[in-house]
Each structure stands twice: as structure tokens, then as C-alpha cells.
Design a protein around this ligand. Structure first.
Ligand code: SIN
Length: 485
């Protein structure tokens, strides 16, 4: 904390209607550093009252915000983008302190988050409609894209700044006003973003941030008819709950949910590239990424070699506090996350998987877990069926392309997939047959503000980022102009 230059970025209040306020009850939640387990500070434990107030503020400011020209909104979002980059070091440090990821990854996430503000500041001006050939001679037909109204966002702890930016940037660019609930584990990154939003000129009440009791805040957002859209990133179970509870008020939904990404390596693949991509995809953010590999599927003939090489690389990772120089893997977010990883590894080992490296809590204690490689795994193991969300590479073999596709699709999830092969026809067959929203071909890092991020099946609905990202935050209106003579 000492090295944060601009201490005013470290806020511990709600941001509602342009005011920085406590919870009415004055109750607070503590926020811990997952590396040291020390208390970083407290934030308001807000609930229904504060959330209702935030919704009211967003409702009242909607008419004036939507009336601004696209260019006016664009300029504010662009200034926000600029301020985020200007404060990158402080924002990255706040993130590492509360989230645990290595500082280099936090810096990367701040740039990634800022890129959504930049991108949607540009897209704001390109929210085009259409002129459609009319079905009658005396009418003309137009289509316009407009804002929805008050948008609620609920975002996770694994990418506390980027996931928030990816939602609020298109929402605000389109002319909506927003109420956001960040994760109670990582509220400071969101609050710092609000400080910069205020400095960038976001008018009071246009963006509101409420910290606190997730259930009480969620209920208020869900029940309120004025909240016309809900955008959520998190677990499938919570997504299903939110969808069910959004039914009575018929909210438009964007749900970016869990994944179970296969990483398929064929025998003709460039092994060096596959190992490089595997390391980047698997161990980013200590394996706590929705699109990170959950299951390695490797062709029989090269599986031993792949497993041996991957375990050597995993064993080299420097584990520690994200603020220490050279650290490549931080702690897991919580004891519950650690327990889940332990349970998955134990389950796999009890069913015959071998531990090639790691396989236990790290000597550093706390929430640290060793980078781990398990081989071979099978379909009955939890590591195959569920998202482990930790630094565990679970490797299984396949015999043929058909076998690889069947195993890859043998999951209710469908977020990301990865394929390594040099056969161009196979690339097309694989990308067409994999049931998912995103495919990396000979590439383990696929995220960018310019691409549509999202899944199919139990991984959710809607797309974030790219030119498609505006659709989730707009309504299409058809205008029939009559009396044309
Ligand atoms: C996620 O884990 O959902 C986000 C990862 C990314 O945007 O790359």
C-alpha cells in the first residue's frame, strides 16, 4: 500500500449518485490480501436501501445521459481510458494486493481493461441503424439502436477491473446508466475505477457502485422493474439463479459463465508452441480464468512427451506474493478455492491419476498451491467434469480426431477451446465441430477488446467486446414513416 502514489484511488465507500457514502447501518466488510491473509481494509456492507438509491440515481440520470451526443459520451470514455493508463502502476498494485495475481499480470489487466473503454468510446459513434426497403409504397422504414435504460452489472474477483470495464464501457457508450456490484473479495479495484470515472467527467448518478452483501444487493437489482438489463460474469450456478430471478421483471441478460476448456494437441502439432500456449493458458491468474485450459487432450503417440515437458515447465514457475519481483504464480483467492483444488487433485489420484509435479499445498502456506500436472486422467474424475479453477493441468489421451471431438464436447460447458495441429483441413473441421464460443488455433492467448467474448451451452449467452458487444446493451427500434406520397 505504501508505494501507491495516489492514495485517493484507495476508496472505502460506495459511489452512489456521485457521492461517496457509507452503508446506512455503518456496517462494513473486511477485505483481505490473499497472499498474506492480512486485512487490507473495509468497505461498506450495503444492502437493499443503498442499492435502491443507486438504481433511483441511475434512473433519474438516464434521460440526460442518453440525450448526450455519441461524441460527448465517447469523449468522456476516452478520457477515462487515458486516466486508467496514466494510473496503471497504482491500479495494478491495488489489484495485486486484493486479488493476488503477479504484478505483471495486474499491469496487463489494467491495460486490457482500459482497452474496453477505448474501444467502446469509438464504438459509441458507430452505433448505426438501418434504412430498410419498405413493404409499401407510401411508407419508409428505419431501424435505430438505442439504450435500454438502467443496467446492472455483477462482476467477479478473478479479473476485477477488466470484467467491470468490459460491461460498463459498452453500457455507457450506448447511453445506458449503470449500477455495479463488484465482488466483495476485490472491491478496491472497482472503487479506484470509479474515482477515475468521476475525474473523467462521468456525470453524477450515471455510474453507481455498491459494495457489500451480495445477496441483498442482488435481490434489490433483480426485483427492481427499473433495472432493464443485467450483465453477469461468474459461476453457472449463480447465472442460472439470476436468470430465474430475472424472469418476473423480464430483464435482458448477458451471462458469461463457467468453462471447461479443452486444449487439444494432435501429433502433427508444433510441440514447442503447444507447450508455450499451454503454460500461458493454464497458469495465467493461477488457473483462475474462465477460459483457461481445464482438460488437456493429447494424442496417444505424443502424450508422454507432452506431459513430461509440461510438468518440467510448471515446476519452474516461481510461486509467491504477486508484489515480489519475478513471481509468476500468486495464491488462490481464498481457502474455499484452495479446498476445491485439493479435493479435485485427491479425487483424480484416488482414481489412478499420477502427479507429475506439485499436487499439494505450497510450502508458503495460506492460499498457495503448487503448480500441478496430473497424467493420465479419465472422464469419471472431477478434473474432467468440473472447472477446477486452480493451477492444475489434467492430461488425458485421445486416439483419433473423432475421439478428440467427442471428449472435448463431453461437457455441459462451451466457453473456449484450443486446438494445436498443422493440418489446415483439420483446423476447419475442429473449429466447426467444437461446441464453444471461442477457439484458439495454435494459440493459447485469445482475449482482446476487439473480439467477441462469450460462450454457448452452460457457459452462458451474449457477447462482450468487439462490434458485437454493443448489441447486448442496445434495443433495436423499428420506425415506420407513413404518408409518403
Ligand atoms: C474470464 O475469466 O472470464 C476472463 C478472461 C479474459 O477476459 O481473458
Amino acid at each position: 500500500m505504501k508505494s501507491i502514489r495516489d492514495k485517493s484511488l484507495f476508496k472505502n465507500k460506495n459511489y452512489i449518485g456521485g457521492d461517496w457514502i457509507d452503508a446506512d447501518s455503518k456496517e462494513t466488510l473486511t477485505v483481505k490480501n490473499p497472499a498474506s491473509l492480512e486485512i487490507l481494509g473495509t468497505v461498506p456492507k450495503s444492502g437493499k436501501k443503498e442499492t435502491d438509491r443507486a438504481i433511483q440515481a441511475a434512473k433519474e440520470t438516464f434521460p440526460s445521459w442518453r440525450k448526450k451526443t455519441a461524441k460527448e459520451r465517447s469523449n468522456i470514455l476516452y478520457e477515462w481510458f487515458r486516466l486508467i493508463l496514466e494510473n496503471k502502476e497504482d491500479l495494478a498494485e491495488i489489484m495485486t494486493l486484493e486479488q493476488g495475481k503477479p504484478i505483471a499480470e495486474s499491469r496487463g489487466e489494467i491495460v486490457y481493461a482500459a482497452s474496453y473503454l477505448e474501444w467502446f468510446s469509438e464504438e459509441a459513434k458507430r452505433t448505426y441503424g438501418d434504412i430498410i426497403p419498405s413493404h409499401r409504397t407510401d411508407t419508409r422504414v428505419f431501424v435505430s439502436k438505442g439504450p435500454i435504460g438502467v443496467v446492472a452489472t455483477i462482476t467477479p474477483w478473478n479479473f476485477p477491473t477488466a470484467m467491470l470495464a468490459r460491461k460498463i464501457a459498452p453500457a455507457l457508450a450506448a447511453g445506458n446508466t449503470v449500477v455495479s456490484k463488484p465482488s466483495e473479495l476485490t472491491p478496491y479495484s472497482a472503487l479506484a475505477l470509479a474515482v477515475l470515472g468521476e475525474r473523467a467527467g462521468i456525470p453524477k448518478g450515471v455510474w453507481n457502485l455498491v459494495t457489500g452483501d451480495p445477496f441483498a444487493i442482488g435481490e434489490s437489482l433483480l426485483q427492481n422493474k427499473d433495472v432493464r438489463k443485467l450483465s453477469f460474469t461468474g459461476s453457472t450456478k449463480t447465472g442460472q439463479y439470476l436468470m430465474e430471478k430475472s424472469a418476473p421483471t423480464l430483464k435482458k441478460l448477458s451471462l458469461e459463465l463457467g468453462g471447461n476448456a479443452p486444449f487439444i494437441v494432435f501429433e502433427d502439432a508444433d510441440m514447442d508452441e503447444a507447450i508455450k500456449g499451454a503454460m500461458l493458458s493454464k497458469y495465467r491468474n493461477t488457473g483462475q480464468t474462465c477460459i483457461c485450459v481445464n482438460r488437456f487432450l493429447v494424442q496417444d503417440s505424443i502424450a508422454e512427451e507432452f506431459a513430461t515437458r509440461l510438468s518440467k515447465e510448471a515446476a519452474k514457475l516461481k510461486v509467491g506474493s504477486g508484489l515480489e519481483p519475478g513471481v509468476e504464480q500468486g495464491p488462490l483467492i481464498s481457502e474455499a478455492a484452495l479446498k476445491k483444488v485439493e479435493a479435485h487433485v485427491q479425487d483424480a489420484v484416488s482414481q489412478g491419476a499420477k502427479i507429475l509435479t506439485g499436487g499439494k499445498k505450497h510450502l508458503l502456506g495460506g492460499n498457495f498451491y503448487e503448480p500441478t500436472v496430473l497424467f493420465p486422467i479419465n472422464k469419471d474424475m472431477l478434473v474432467f467434469k468440473e472447472e477446477t479453477f486452480g493451477p492444475v493441468s489434467s492430461i488425458m489421451t485421445f486416439s483419433s480426431e473423432e475421439d478428440a471431438i467427442a471428449k472435448a464436447n463431453d461437457t455441459e460447458f462451451g466457453l473456449a477451446s484450443y486446438v494445436y495441429t498443422r493440418d489446415i483441413s483439420r483446423i476447419f473441421r475442429m473449429t466447426e465441430n467444437l461446441e464453444c464460443g471461442m477457439v484458439g488455433v495454435n494459440e493459447g492467448v485469445i482475449s482482446s477488446e476487439q473480439v467477441p467474448f462469450g460462450g454457448v451451452k452452460f457457459s452462458g449467452m451474449g457477447r462482450e467486446g468487439s462490434k458485437y458487444g454493443m448489441d447486448d446493451y442496445t434495443v433495436t427500434k423499428y420506425i415506420c414513416l407513413g404518408g409518403i406520397t
